[in-house]
Design a protein around this ligand. Structure first.
Ligand SMILES: [Ca+2]
Length: 281
């Protein structure tokens, strides 16, 4: 909408405020543009932002958003031509400290949790905490075990972590390209687990999704030996046929959680260790 068109649509605003508004809106990054701004705020914003194209919200994309989707563009994801490596500040947790909080690194401070449906699925240990025995001869790892219900409306169980402890806050992982972890299963366990990445478009706490919880992720097949698995942001997908919205890609700048989920009607005993964010080589 041009300034003139907007003025026509809003006859009670002065031409000055209208031009200022249009100017500021162009100059503002997307996160700010969605906010209702008073004329005074626009003055301030324009003074802060300066020339169009300079961001007043550091680290937030200025590209236009699709209505109902925040980010979610596959073209925003970085591809590593020479492969990946663990990021310098990417250690999420190795559990050697034997507590239920992630390693305090890279701005992360979330706590490990379990989840289960209310149809009879179980997940232990309770309280949830690291277990003895870890990958590569280490002493501790994170183990979740139990049984999932096959009843109608059951969805299973799992365990995971919010990357930051402040509920409703996002974690900006845009400097990374994915996550690696080591994992194995115990005797009698299903070997199928889905690694999920909750973000602004799929996590209920973000107040964007209308049908939430279809996180971007990847189905992983584990063995009874510790092995490393990598999930790059470029290969994370939602499950087909459900969820609203359904963006093209995960939004690494606004992550909420990661978890390992087990579907219905399974016995599971899943161990994870050495969880790390990855960067390009
Ligand atoms: Ca360990």
């Amino acid at each position: 909408m041009t300034a003139v068109e907007e003025r026509t649509a809003r006859p009670h605003r002065s031409l000055f405020a209208t031009i200022l508004s249009a100017h500021a809106r162009r100059a503002l990054p997307s996160r700010c543009a969605g906010h209702a701004l008073s004329t005074a705020a626009l003055w301030l914003t324009l003074a802060t932002v300066g020339a169009p194209g300079i961001s007043g919200c550091i680290g937030v994309s200025q590209k236009k958003m699709t209505p109902g989707i925040v980010g979610g563009r596959a073209t925003d994801l970085r591809v590593c031509r020479a492969g990946t490596r663990p990021a310098e500040d990417g250690n999420l947790d190795d559990f050697e400290d034997d507590n239920n909080q992630v390693t305090l690194e890279g701005g992360r401070d979330g706590y490990w949790w379990t989840k289960k449906d209310e149809k009879g699925s179980t997940v232990e240990p309770d309280p949830f905490a690291p277990s003895e025995g870890g990958a590569d001869g280490s002493e501790m790892s994170l183990r979740g075990f139990g049984k999932t219900s096959a009843a109608p409306d059951a969805w299973g169980a799992g365990f995971g972590v919010n990357l930051v402890s402040n509920q409703g806050a996002f974690y900006d992982a845009s400097r990374y390209v994915g996550i690696s972890f080591k994992a194995k299963v115990g005797a009698g366990s299903t070997t199928t687990v889905r690694f999920k990445i909750g973000d602004v478009n799929t996590h209920q706490d973000a107040h964007v999704c209308r049908a939430c919880w279809n996180h971007f992720g990847k189905d992983i097949t584990l063995t009874n030996q510790w092995k490393e698995y990598k999930v790059l942001f470029t290969e994370a997908r939602q499950e087909p046929y459900w969820g609203d919205p359904r963006p093209a890609a995960v939004t690494p700048s606004k992550l909420v959680s990661i978890d390992w989920s087990i579907g219905t009607g399974q016995s599971f005993d899943i161990w994870v260790d050495d969880i790390r964010f990855l960067e390009c080589q």
